[in-house]
Design a protein around this ligand. Structure first.
Ligand code: ATP
Length: 215
C-alpha cells in the first residue's frame, strides 16, 4: 500500500531514506533548510521544500500531521532534532528519529519517539558481523543477544534433513525458512525438510551460536 512519509534533514542518511522510499513507490515530502540539499533530491521525491522544520507553523502549513510516518534525520543540531521530534509527536504522527548517542536516544524515547535509530552504530555492528562470519548474508537484530540471520547453508548440512541435523540442540538455532533456488522459499520447514546445495537458511539464534556453525 502506498504510504506517505515526511523526511526532515537531507544529509547523506536522510537523502538515502527519502530516495529509497520514493523508489519503492511511496509519497515523500522531503524538507531541509539548506537549498542545496533540497535541490539534490527535488527530482526524485514527490515534493521537496526548503524550510526550517523548527517552525511549527511551517510544519502545519505543509500538512505534516496527515502523513503516516515522519523521519527526523537531523544529526548535529540536537536541539532541532529533539524539538522537531516533540512537535511531530504533538501532531499525533509516528516519528522515527536518528540519535547521535545513547543519552540522546534516551531523551528521544522519553519525549515519545516511536523508533530511535543509530545508523552509524548499527552499520558498524552489521559490518563486524559480516566480517567475522563470511556465510552471513544479512541479519536483523532482535535484542542485544538474539538476531534473525540469513546464511548460506554449511556444506556439511547438504543432503541432510533438519531432523538429522537437530540444529536447535546442536547449535541453539531455530530455522524459520529455507530459501531455495529460483526464489522459492519453504516457510517453517519441518523435520523432514532436506537441505540442498546453495540453500540459504533463515534462522533465529543467539549471536554466539553463529560462531559455532560450520562453514
Ligand atoms: P548525514 O546524514 O550526512 O550523516 P548528519 O547526521 O551530519 O548528516 P546534519 O548534517 O547535521 O546531519 O543534518 C542533516 C541535514 O539536516 C542537513 O542537510 C541540514 O541542513 C538539515 N537540517 C538541520 N537543521 C534543520 C532544520 N532545523 N530544519 C530543516 N533541516 C535541517
Amino acid at each position: 500500500m502506498r504510504k506517505q512519509f515526511v523526511v526532515i534533514g537531507l544529509g547523506r542518511f536522510g537523502r538515502s531514506v527519502a530516495q529509497t522510499l520514493s523508489d519503492l513507490g511511496h509519497d515523500v515530502l522531503a524538507i531541509d533548510r539548506n537549498e542545496h540539499a533540497v535541490q539534490l533530491i527535488m527530482h526524485n521525491v514527490t515534493h521537496a521544500v526548503q524550510a526550517d522544520a523548527r517552525e511549527e507553523e511551517t510544519l502545519r502549513a505543509l500538512g505534516v500531521r496527515n502523513f503516516d510516518v515522519a523521519v527526523v534525520a537531523i544529526g548535529d543540531d540536537l536541539e532541532a532534532n529533539i524539538l522537531i521530534t516533540l512537535m511531530l509527536k504533538e501532531m499525533g504522527i509516528i516519528v522515527v528519529t536518528k540519535a547521535q548517542s545513547t543519552q540522546h536516544g534516551k531523551v528521544l524515547e522519553r519525549i515519545g519517539a516511536d523508533k530511535v535509530i543509530y545508523p552509524e552504530r548499527d552499520m558498524g555492528i552489521r559490518l563486524a558481523h559480516n566480517l567475522i562470519a563470511t556465510n552471513v548474508l544479512d541479519f536483523i537484530e532482535l535484542s542485544p543477544d538474539y538476531s534473525i540471520f540469513e546464511t548460506k547453508a554449511s556444506a556439511s548440512f547438504v543432503n541432510k534433513t533438519l531432523g538429522e541435523l537437530d540444529l536447535r540442540k546442536n547449535y541453539g538455532i531455530t530455522v524459520m525458512a529455507i530459501k531455495k533456488k529460483e526464489d522459492q522459499i519453504v516457510v517453517a520447514p519441518g523435520a523432514k525438510a532436506v537441505i540442498e546445495d546453495k540453500d540459504i537458511l533463515v534462522f533465529v539464534g543467539n549471536k554466539k551460536s553463529l560462531t559455532k556453525l560450520p562453514n
